[in-house]
Design a protein around this ligand. Structure first.
Ligand SMILES: Nc1nc2c(ncn2[C@@H]2O[C@H](COP(=O)(O)OP(=O)(O)OP(=O)(O)O)[C@@H](O)[C@H]2O)c(=O)[nH]1
Ligand SMILES: [Mg+2]
Ligand SMILES: [Zn+2]
Length: 304
């Protein structure tokens, strides 16, 4: 008998598929692995699938339905292709902490570019605001102004500040959301606070490196009360940018869309070329220096 469900967890060979609330452990036939060479995981958390039940109570995935969208990152460990972090997502959140571990603007911008390129609405969470010191509050205010101006949703939060949790909860309701960020920024803690009772494992920060210890080890889709789902993902050190044409990178920076139309060369990379509208906009103070710096770092990392 064939049934439709949603993949809520994937751990190597086995996939947990939720079918009207019932969870079935499923296998994936080898042919799906051969079909899609460019991705390292043919089925991802959030995928809608058909399964066939087997006699022992497990199942076999027989069909993967077309994805509305997905969040990819460049595969790590020298593997070619991309890894799908989560599929069929209404909003992908990059979770950073103001301290422990320290904030990475490069991570945020690579994440946002990827979301732009893959049509995933993005949001930014700056967590652990209770640990803010010295100039941190002003810095976060500046980030909120910058990214809001670019059209992104950005929230500051602390698991000890209930109003920030209520604000976040409102954005998560009736949506499938995913939390992505470095280890230790509080992705799982936020989820536990938004949805008390699920009691997922969280981990200490290493006092030596001030980084997380990779407590969450596999992505998992969790239903939230009132409606909606959150995908908690394992911490990632770097958010590897997927392959994008160098001359197209600026299409994924909202503030460059208009000025790039004034570039003298159609394949301008907005770096060394004469008559560049983007460099002009930067020199006129209309593009934030940190964002332009992120752009140049990404440009350098791309192959073509
Ligand atoms: N002070 C403070 N600590 C927090 C906050 N959120 C999380 N933490 C702490 O940060 C540590 C790491 O939290 P986790 O939720 O495990 O972080 P994670 O992002 O899920 O980490 P990985 O699963 O390794 O990717 C835990 O000790 C949490 O208690 C916060 O808002 N403020
Ligand atoms: Mg976690
Ligand atoms: Zn240009």
């Amino acid at each position: 008998m064939s049934k439709k469900g949603r993949v809520i967890q994937s751990t190597g060979k086995w996939y947990k598929v939720s079918i009207d609330g019932e969870i079935i452990d499923c296998r994936l036939p080898g042919k799906f692995r051969l079909d899609k060479r460019e991705v390292t995981n043919p089925v991802a958390v959030g995928d809608h699938v058909s399964i066939k039940l087997t006699e022992d109570g497990t199942g076999t995935i027989t069909e993967i339905f077309e994805r509305k969208n997905y969040v990819p990152r460049q595969a790590t460990h020298g593997r070619r292709g991309e890894q799908i972090l989560a599929a069929n997502i209404d909003r992908a959140w990059v979770v950073q902490s103001v301290r422990q571990p320290k904030l990475s603007l490069g991570f945020i911008d690579r994440f946002l570019v990827t979301c732009e390129a893959y049509d995933v609405p993005a949001g930014i969470i700056i967590n652990k605001m209770d640990l803010a010191k010295k100039h941190d509050p002003e810095l976060v205010d500046e980030l909120i102004e910058l990214y809001t101006g670019l059209g992104y949703l950005i929230l500051s939060s602390s698991i000890y500040d209930s109003s920030s949790i209520e604000r976040l909860k409102k954005e998560l309701l009736h949506k499938t959301s995913v939390f992505i960020g470095p280890s230790g920024t509080g992705k799982t803690s936020l989820l536990n606070t938004v949805e008390p009772g699920i009691d997922l494992k969280t981990g200490e920060i290493s006092s030596y490196s001030q980084k997380g210890k990779h407590t969450t080890t596999f992505a998992r889709l969790i239903p939230i009360s009132g409606g909606g789902y959150i995908v908690d993902t394992p911490g990632i050190r770097e958010f590897g940018l997927v392959q994008i044409e160098k001359s197209e990178l600026s299409l994924y920076f909202p503030e460059m869309i208009e000025p790039r139309q004034r570039c003298k060369f159609y394949n301008c990379t907005h770096y060394h070329e004469p008559g560049c509208g983007v460099v002009q906009a930067y020199e006129d103070g209309n593009i934030d220096p940190d964002r332009y710096n992120s752009y140049l770092n990404m440009l350098e990392s791309l192959e073509n």
